[in-house]
Design a protein around this ligand. Structure first.
Ligand code: PAF
Length: 281
């Protein structure tokens, strides 16, 4: 597997593959790859002739005071994992390649509506940073398909909408959330948890599962959301939100809507902010 940092080398490789009539799959990441990323890479590997991964800790999607500086950077370990998965190319650009005029002077993409609620409300500017960098990466890598994890459900919706609205020639595909045996969704941020917090962390997934069960039994949405928030607080979390929304656009469903719904949660456990979601269908 080759690693390239600059856009010229990346484009030359992609051009060669295209001229040979090969298809390209792409998995963009922030690095610190775990089994969740590997499963997305395997899905891409099974669908396209060539697979490109990117590792770029994108400064514009972290707000001041978030974990940009301490986000785990594990390049050598990530490269070894990618080579084992038979990935063709790792694109690991410098900030100046992605943001030639600097992150503060970049063209910025805002996806109205779906990016403004939930994570968007709690992390202002986050999805502008995500949409902007994903758009730039798509334009550099020019993939046929791009894989994203369902764990970041709202991110997936933001990217799907951007691709449709800007008519980008890429098919966005979703891979399932991978979980530890106790239910905790895999995330690079799990390693911030203390041993005591790690023991309590699966309560987040358990709360979502209980919401789905209560909804299936016919309980009212608002009562379910309140009970779930109270449960998380009792378990030592500080919830930002734990709600039931429409899968399609993350809007609040009407009282009689019973299909196409998803429960989404974000909560702090000590210094770590965890997110998770569970589809009701
Ligand atoms: O989900 C991620 O890892 C990041 O948000 C992404 C899509 C690579 C953009 O930086």
């Amino acid at each position: 597997m080759q690693t390239v940092q600059d856009a010229v080398a990346l484009r030359a490789m992609v051009r060669g593959w295209r001229q040979a009539g090969q298809t390209i799959g792409f998995v963009p990441t922030l690095g610190n790859l775990h089994a969740g990323h590997h499963s997305l890479l395997k899905l891409a590997r099974a669908r396209t002739d060539r697979v490109v991964a990117s590792i770029f800790v994108n400064p514009t999607q972290f707000a001041p005071g978030e974990d940009f500086e301490r986000y785990p950077r594990t390049m050598a370990q990530d490269q070894a994992g990618l080579a084992e998965l038979d990935i063709d190319l790792l694109f690991a650009p410098e900030v100046s390649t992605i943001y030639p005029f600097g992150p503060e002077n970049s063209v910025s993409i805002h996806v109205p509506g779906v990016s403004e609620t939930l994570e968007g409300a709690h992390r202002p500017g986050h999805f502008d940073g995500v949409a902007t960098v994903v758009n730039k990466l798509f334009s550099l890598v020019q993939p046929d398909i791009a894989m994203f994890g369902q764990k970041d459900f709202q991110q997936l919706k933001v990217i799907e909408r951007m691709v449709r609205d800007l008519a980008l020639p890429v098919k966005v595909m979703a891979g399932p959330t991978l979980r530890d045996a106790d239910g905790l969704a895999l995330s690079s941020r799990n390693q911030y948890l203390t041993p005591a917090e790690r023991t309590r962390a699966p309560q987040l997934a358990a709360a979502l599962k209980q919401m789905k069960a209560l909804f299936g039994q016919g309980h009212a949405r608002l009562a379910i959301e309140q009970a779930a928030a109270a449960r998380l607080q009792r378990a030592g979390f500080v919830p930002d939100y734990i709600v039931i929304r429409r899968e399609e656009d993350l809007a609040e469903p009407a009282d009689d809507e019973r299909t196409g719904l998803v429960a989404l949660a974000a909560a702090r456990l000590g210094a770590t902010r965890l997110i998770d979601n569970l589809s009701f269908d």
